[in-house]
Design a protein around this ligand. Structure first.
Ligand code: SAH
Ligand code: SF4
Ligand code: F3S
Length: 476
């Protein structure tokens, strides 16, 4: 709000011509996109746009931050664009301009083609170019006003400029005035991009090569978040444990970075996601035994339990490598739990390959998992593999796998009953007087009648598990 008022003042003084405007950002895909959207929202707020919670025909700027990972994700964007066109046409008839921007991984992958399929899109901006969003929006506003239909396209890979700029914009943002505006848990991207080239995956093409942010830059951002009331940091990267950031004359891995951030007063919990089995080093594993603030819950995608399929996927680890990593974690922290991602129906998957995946799941016991039917993505090596498995069979396998994963999820909820766990309360519940927080294992925990605990960590005695959540009472 303050920025909008300042803009009004500046306008009155004839300094810059910006009036209060409204924007809406829709985010698809992974947490890194959610992080980027937050940063785009903050930046555009600094440039006179107020972020709306819902899309409407009052929005002057609409940003779709898109995901290319599976076919469905990209198609969703095009169907949303169809709806947005209606808003834009209606506003045009009223003499108002609307700027439509497509950001994220579909923008990077499909580039100017988006303009062909949806000519009313004004900006196509890739994930490494958000530092130029304010300029692109300003140019687009002028183009739209003068009836120019040429889209601003920016698909450069210059990750480090982006983070410098976004951090500076974040420093200009206001400190939350109200307890309900505090982000108890915040994402902090430490690494972007991927050099692994799994044969099914578009990420190396949409996000580019692996790049790590400097330790000092990350530390500044973490301090800023802590000052604004954040208690839990979730360090993000497409391959977060491939982190190798500059710290003075040294290069640090993720374990060392976590040790450093854990010193920040106010930061009580640290998580990281998404890690890759190949990059899991001793230092990071050992941190789980040393650092109380590091949560005993790791998202470690395995994709398949069959060595044949892992090889075809170019994962460069075997199912037993994965089992050994899990054992190492359990040795340093016996109460640690895991989540994972699985792909069912990769080209050539036999019944035995599928059985191997089921066996791996049974051996490990996951707390939470995400599973998908393989989607052939244009430009990836997997798309050229012969795939003879009928879709019906793939669906059956997915169902079977999900039933097992769901059973394990409920078991992991049930075994918390009777235990006392720390919970960080971050939102109000569905019912009045309910507060919802997260256990160390990312399970939602509900307590009644304690609104004073918002944004605080408290010990909760778990009394029961209902649906996918835990219900408890404050223990201290
Ligand atoms: N960097 C992470 C994963 C990023 S993508 C890793 O290496 O594990 C998130 C998940 O989407 C993947 O773990 C995978 O399970 C799924 N995924 C990626 N490409 C896919 C495809 N072509 N079809 C189906 N699922 C896919
Ligand atoms: Fe994709 Fe593999 Fe890279 Fe993960 S490690 S982002 S699955 S290419
Ligand atoms: Fe999707 Fe891009 Fe993330 S493809 S999963 S938004 S890195």
């Amino acid at each position: 709000m303050q920025n909008i008022q300042e803009n009004k003042k500046n306008q009155a003084e004839g300094e810059i011509e910006i009036s209060p405007k409204k924007m809406f950002i829709k985010t698809y895909g992974c947490q890194m996109n959610f992080y980027d959207s937050e940063k785009m929202g903050g930046t555009m707020n600094n440039h006179g746009f107020k972020l709306e919670e819902e899309i409407s025909d009052e929005c002057d700027l609409i940003v779709l931050n898109t995901c290319h990972i599976r076919e469905k994700a990209s198609e969703k964007m095009y169907s949303d664009l169809g709806r947005i066109k209606k808003f834009k046409d209606k506003r045009k008839a009223e003499g108002k301009t609307t700027v439509v921007a497509v950001a994220g991984c579909v923008a990077q992958a499909e580039g100017a083609e988006i303009k062909t399929r949806a000519p009313y899109v004004d900006i196509v901006v890739g994930p490494q170019s958000y530092q130029r969003l304010p300029m692109l929006v300003k140019n687009a506003e002028e183009s739209v006003r003068f009836g120019n239909t040429k889209a601003g396209v920016d698909l450069d890979f210059s990750t480090i400029d982006k983070f410098d700029f976004l951090l500076e914009e974040m420093e200009k943002e206001q400190i939350p005035a109200d307890v309900h505006e505090i982000k108890s848990t915040a994402f902090l991207t430490v690494q972007e991009g991927c050099d692994k080239f799994c044969t099914f995956c578009v990420v190396p093409y949409t996000r580019g090569a692996e790049v790590s942010r400097d330790v000092n830059q990350i530390y500044r951002e973490a301090l800023l978040l802590a000052e604004r009331g954040t208690k839990e940091l979730n360090l993000l990267g497409q391959n977060v444990n491939a982190y190798h950031g500059k710290a003075d004359k040294e290069t640090w891995g993720l374990g060392k970075l976590i040790r450093h951030i854990a010193n920040i007063k106010g930061i009580e919990r640290i998580r990281y996601t998404t890690s890759h089995p190949r990059d899991m080093d001793e230092d990071l594993i050992n941190m789980h035994g040393e650092c109380e603030k590091l949560m005993p819950f790791v998202h470690l995608p395995v994709q398949s339990g069959s060595d044949n399929i892992l090889k075809l996927m170019n994962r460069k680890h075997t199912a037993d490598d994965y089992r050994r990593i899990i054992d190492k974690f359990r040795k340093v922290r016996s109460d640690i739990e895991f989540s994972s991602d699985f792909i069912v129906g990769f080209p050539g998957e036999t019944e035995q390959d599928f059985r191997d995946t089921i066996k791996l799941i049974e051996d490990i016991q996951f707390t939470l998992s995400y599973s998908f039917i393989y989607s052939a993505r244009p430009g990836t090596p997997g798309a050229n593999l012969e795939d003879n498995t009928p879709m019906e069979l793939k669906k059956e396998r997915l169902q079977q796998l999900q039933a097992l994963l769901e059973k394990q999820m409920f078991e992991q909820l049930a075994n918390k009953v009777g235990r006392t766990m720390s919970v960080l309360f971050s939102r109000t519940g569905k019912y009045e007087n309910h507060l919802v927080g997260f256990s160390p294992y990312y399970q939602p925990v509900i307590v009644e009648n304690r609104p004073d605990l918002m944004n605080k960590i408290a010990n909760v005695k778990i009394e029961k598990s209902v649906d996918r959540a835990l219900i408890g009472i404050i223990a201290n």
